[in-house]
Design a protein around this ligand. Structure first.
Ligand code: HEM
Length: 476
């Protein structure tokens, strides 16, 4: 690796990782994405890698990540990956790269995720969770990732449109979404854009799945009669506080697609990691079950319980610390900009990994240990508290942090991002994951399946490659 050097104007160029001729570091990145990106942490606060013809700047230090996401956010847009997604998902909150219109749109969307609103979505969450989790088959090995897929998709759809959704729509969307999410990744990586133009069966499936998703969403929106208990009702009513304007039908369509694409797989993967860790750590699982027994007193989860499920929240926080499902995020410099002493040229691709950050032993001692107690006490130090907006929707607090955290700089917990592009759905995600985990804890004990080897799969999201677990009923 070549070291940093300072040109005549005083800005420093980032140290570069030497890769292979032509390919650069593409091969180690493809072979072992987590290991390769993680190995760059000790090489410097910011390092440059080459991926074929492209240079990518990898930001490693929490201070520079904060500059990227918060202080100098206006100098970056979301980059090529999101340019690619826009024609497929539309110009919703996640894909919008224009700062001014993104801010306006965010103000319109935000009320749908306020505490009072989340409380109104909880009955739908509880009903789906009880219905599906209660029907799981006990006493044998179950592909829990598949169960969690239908469960979280069903829950996201009911939270989006509790009215207007039919069983056939659920099946159609359930089939289309994995095809779209699976197809998006390699299309974003293929800089030549050649393969996606070929008349291959995979391309035809991708296009058909997109058509199904858009037409099904259109039909559901058309049938929907809002009663205020779902997200779509709130989006339809939302008015810009300055102009009083409502969202256009096109914008509502694009936002619904965006929430579907961003909301279900993230929650499913988080729960998959939490369940895997519980199956491997019986003492933690027992504590979770004891909390569910005490707080829920034998009944299903209600909104009023969420504030009291503090250990459940700590388990989710730790699952997202150890396995942040959105593990790698990219940006693109829209102008020449400096991060710390380093110069980034306009147009350059920049990324950071919350996985690398969350596994830094200086920030999280013994980072491979799964320990929800890292999050069981509130930080007494407001300077180190998580960004406003992060944390449990109901209590309004952050994920909860132990005293050791007060030595850490801000923004070292980035499971939901930071700054103006941080996850708008975070309060909903907390409520959904906590309702589901508490419902599982009330019904089932999870145990590892014999001889199963489960590995992390780092694609667009970080998830276990499979999840065979044995379910034992707690009420035989
Ligand atoms: C545990 C589950 C979830 C995790 C870990 C997660 C994580 C994230 C992260 C890290 C970002 C920032 C992306 C960036 O900076 O480029 C993000 C953005 C976003 N998330 Fe989530 N998310 C989750 C669940 C949800 C849910 C349930 C919804 C809504 C139904 C949602 C909707 C969004 C949207 C719309 C954005 C774009 C926000 C903007 O650019 O203004 N997410 N999410």
């Amino acid at each position: 690796m070549s070291g940093p050097h300072t040109p005549a104007d005083g800005a420093t160029t980032a140290p570069a990782v030497r890769g292979w001729p032509l390919l650069g570091s593409a091969a180690p990145l493809m072979r072992d994405p987590l290991g390769f990106i993680g190995s760059l942490r000790t090489r410097g606060d910011l390092v440059a890698i080459r991926l074929g013809p492209m240079t990518m700047y990898v930001v490693n230090s929490p201070e520079l990540i904060r500059e990227l996401l918060v202080e100098k956010a206006a100098s970056f847009d979301k980059g090529r990956q999101f340019d690619k997604l826009r024609p497929w998902w539309g110009n919703g909150l996640a894909t919008n790269s224009d700062h001014a219109s993104h801010r306006r749109q965010r103000r319109l969307m935000q009320p749908a995720f306020h505490k009072g609103q989340i409380t109104r979505y909880v009955p739908d969450m509880r009903n789906v969770a009880e219905e599906r989790i209660g029907a799981w088959a006990g006493g044998r090995t179950v592909a829990l990732d598949e169960e969690l897929y239908t469960l979280t998709l069903d829950m996201t759809l009911r939270n989006l449109f509790s009215t207007g959704l039919g069983e056939r729509d659920l099946v159609r969307l359930g089939e289309a979404l994995p095809v779209i999410l699976g197809g998006v990744l390699w299309r974003c990586l293929d800089t030549t854009e050649l393969v996606e133009r070929l008349p291959l069966p995979a391309n035809r499936r991708f296009t058909a799945a997109l058509d199904t998703m858009h037409s099904t969403v259109d039909r559901i929106i058309e049938r929907h009669r809002g009663d205020g208990s779902d997200l779509l009702s709130v989006l339809k009513q939302a008015r810009d506080p300055d102009t009083g304007e409502r969202m256009s039908a096109r914008q509502i369509h694009d936002e619904v697609i965006t929430l579907l694409m961003t909301g279900s797989e993230t929650t499913r993967s988080t729960l998959s990691w939490a369940c895997l860790e519980l199956s491997r750590n019986p003492a933690i699982q027992r504590r979770l079950q004891q909390e569910a027994d005490t707080v829920l007193a034998g009944g299903p989860v209600e909104a009023r319980h969420l504030d009291h499920l503090t250990y459940t929240r700590a388990v989710v926080s730790e699952a997202l610390r150890a396995h942040p499902v959105v593990w790698l995020l990219t940006r693109r410099a829209v102008t020449d900009v400096e991060l710390g002493p380093y110069r980034i040229p306009a147009g350059a691709a920049v990324c950071y990994s919350s996985y690398t950050l969350h596994r830094d032993p200086d920030l999280y001692p013994d980072p491979d240990r799964f320990d929800p107690d890292r999050f069981t006490q509130q930080s007494p130090d407001p300077a180190t508290a998580p960004d406003p907006g992060s944390g449990c929707p109901i209590s309004g607090g952050g994920p909860g942090v132990r005293r050791e955290r007060s030595r850490r700089p801000r923004d070292t917990y980035l499971a939901f991002g930071a700054g103006s592009r941080a996850c708008v759905g975070e309060p909903l995600a907390w409520a959904q994951t906590m309702v589901i985990l508490a419902t599982i804890a009330r019904h089932w004990t999870l145990a590892p399946a014999p001889k199963a080897r489960i590995r992390p799969a780092a694609r667009m999201l970080l998830m276990p490659d499979r999840l065979p677990l044995v379910l034992r009923s707690r009420h035989p």
